[in-house]
Design a protein. Sequence first.
Length: 339
Amino acid sequence: MKIFITGSAGFIGFSLSKYLLDNNHTVHGYDGLTNYYDINLKKSRNKILKRHNKFYFIKGMLENKNLLKKAISSFKPQIIIHLAAQAGVRYSIEKPRTYLSSNILGTYNVIEIAHKVKVKHLLLASSSSIYGANKKAPYTENDNVRTQLSIYAATKLATESLAHAYSNIWSLPITAIRFFTVYGPWGRPDMALFKFTKSILKKEKIDVYNNGNLYRDFTYIDDIVKGVSSLINKIPKNKKNYKMDNTDSLSSVAPFRVVNIGNSKKIKLLDFIDALEDVLKIKAIRNYMPMQKGDVFMTLANTKLLKKLTGYTPKTNFKEGVKNFVKWYLEYYKNNKKY
């Protein structure tokens, strides 16, 4: 298939693009290559993708509607996977308008163009942050989500709402995918595993929030990629008299569905750090700190709907995932002459 991917130089976008190219699909990437984190890492990812003769790329921002429309219209994709966004919970407190522009306006541009070019299926990246202060666990797609704790999470919920409304009006098939704490090789430098590894190797302190009393559903990148790719052909359809069971989030009025992708394991942050220390064979200098604004205490995914739709369930053990990340990190920065 011909698949258009926004955020193709990002962590998930790169990993998914590579997987699809390796499986003989044609991919058109679109990425702003912003300097939110090390742009050289993004360029390195892009360089790998460009080795494929079925990969096309345009550098551009989501807010540049004319450029985005030209890129999508000329490529004529059957599928659009929208992964580009301004990420980061804590950064959203400092630069909230960046999130409003990129995540809401940018996503609306993608949705509108997807309708005009009549794609078969639009897949949107969402986030477990949407569940906010939700006390019920594991989180299911049909839970009430009214307690977002960060601007980032609020913009992600807003994009889901926009997508549902647009899907209803124009019968555009859309799946919003809520990712749970993604980690692994080629990961983002602003995320815990990357920051911890860098600091431990440099013998610097690592900041451990809420004194380590935090739990995350750490989900390995390969599981995310397989989950997303397995959803491409699971197109939501608006069926009359469709009887939903309690695991399905298919809208009653639109071809719109929300799907969690997580490992369905509640891992304590301190256990995650212990696993990293074991692989590096270095003890971290831990700087215990209070809870940060915008942070959630726990995330935990219910992935019964993903399994029902695709037969796939994420399964990578976090210790194996941490080991794979460290191997990549040491190789990558050895080749780039610094940690």
